[in-house]
Design a protein around this ligand. Structure first.
Ligand code: KG4
Ligand code: ZN
Length: 364
């Protein structure tokens, strides 16, 4: 079936057309209108500006997705849309647009959870990816581990108790003076830091060690706030010691070592809990998804863990790690097959718990 899917939960307006069936997973078009440059001026996403930008971008985005796919609106069999979690004003733009489109076309509307969609991006990596599997979603707003017995059933078995990993990457990047969002720049800096360690340019005694985000108990939970604060304090102390004014740039090799030590703590901490979960659940397949799944060090670390454990790892390509419409289309297909339908009173919900409490999803 041909699904048109809309995503507007944060700072990307996205629309895709995907063709999905029991033996096909094809992206026909995938258009993303990013607002990153606008929000970079403010050092983070400004919700009101984001909602207004979605209003402006959504129609052109949908038109472009239809024309790139080489189809017409009358070919569309269902409309999928992110309805939770996210910034409420942003979600409302996508939900209202999708609702109007679906009902004017006379096709089903399928509400989709944003975190499930991140996982669903992995379906495009391989035709053989089938539930059951574990999914680790690491993004700007979430760091959660799910057991996925069927494509439309998600049970959270672990999560962060405070900040998300992406939030911590962005905060440390911002304090160092990197442009928002700092995740990708931190990735590149960390590579330089690891290189300096490996070539002996940075002595063992000069290496930083930050606290682990893995909570020291037998849950699969994380805490990134201690790690974030330790890195931020380290940067402030370094500025004081080196007589660098607030917000002044610190030497490049120090930035590389900070990014490296921060990334090392993130990757080791995430892998520690993941290993526990793999052992306890005896899972055979793992999906790594979300914006931070684009991190090259995290990809390498989790690949090494999966190789050691004999677990097959599925990671979306970098182009499908950040927010996009294709991932919404893939999850919409499985929700549709499970009988999920949106009605004319479908609302948007800032949190997944809110959506659940409101029993927002209707099943036929
Ligand atoms: O999934 P996403 O696009 O949006 C949310 O649903 O939150 O994730 C965005 C997050 C940002 O925090 C961004 O800095 C981070 O993903 N990110 C990265 C990398 N690329 C994007 N973090 C670390 N390393 C990267 N290469
Ligand atoms: Zn996202």
């Amino acid at each position: 079936m041909l699904i048109l899917a809309i995503e507007s939960s944060c700072d990307e307006t996205a629309c895709a057309v995907v063709r999905m069936s029991s033996d096909e997973r094809t992206i026909l078009s995938n258009v993303v209108a990013s607002q990153v440059e606008t929000h970079a001026l403010y050092g983070g996403v400004v919700p009101e500006i984001a909602s207004r930008a979605h209003i402006e971008a959504i129609s052109p985005c949908v038109e472009r997705a239809i024309s790139d796919a080489g189809v017409s609106l009358s070919d569309i069999d269902a409309v999928g849309v992110t309805y939770s979690p996210g910034l409420i004003g942003c979600l409302l733009v996508g939900v209202n647009y999708a609702k109007s489109l679906a009902f004017s076309l006379g096709v089903p509307l399928v509400p989709v959870d944003h975190i499930r969609s991140h996982t669903a991006a992995a379906y495009f990596t391989s035709a053989e990816l089938e539930a059951p599997f574990l999914s680790l979603v690491v993004s700007g707003g979430h760091t959660s581990l799910y057991s996925v017995p069927t494509p439309a059933e998600y049970e959270e078995i672990g999560s962060t108790r405070d900040d998300a990993a992406g939030e911590a990457f962005d905060k440390v990047g911002r304090v160092m003076g990197l442009t928002y969002p700092g995740g990708a720049a931190m990735d590149a800096l960390a590579r330089e830091g690891f290189e300096a360690r490996n070539t002996g340019k940075r002595q063992k005694s000069e290496r930083i060690r930050f606290p682990s985000p893995a909570i020291n108990d037998d849950t699969f939970d994380y805490s990134f706030s201690g790690l974030k604060t330790a890195a931020v304090n380290h940067i402030h102390n370094l500025r004081q010691k080196m007589n660098i004014p607030d917000k002044g740039m610190i030497p490049h090799d120090e930035m590389a070592e900070i990014a490296c030590a921060f990334t090392e703590a993130v990757v080791e901490g995430i892998c520690k809990k993941l290993e526990l979960a793999i052992d306890e659940t005896s899972c055979e397949r793992l999906v790594l998804a979300g914006g931070v799944a684009a991190n090259s060090h995290l990809r390498e670390g989790i690949q090494a863990l999966c190789d050691k454990k004999g677990v097959k790892l599925y990671m979306p390509p970098l182009s499908l790690c950040g927010d996009n419409g294709a991932m919404v289309g893939a999850q919409a297909y499985y929700e549709y097959m499970d009988g999920v339908r949106g009605t004319t009173d479908l609302n948007a919900y800032a949190s997944g718990e809110g959506a659940e409490a409101a029993k927002a999803v209707f099943r036929i």
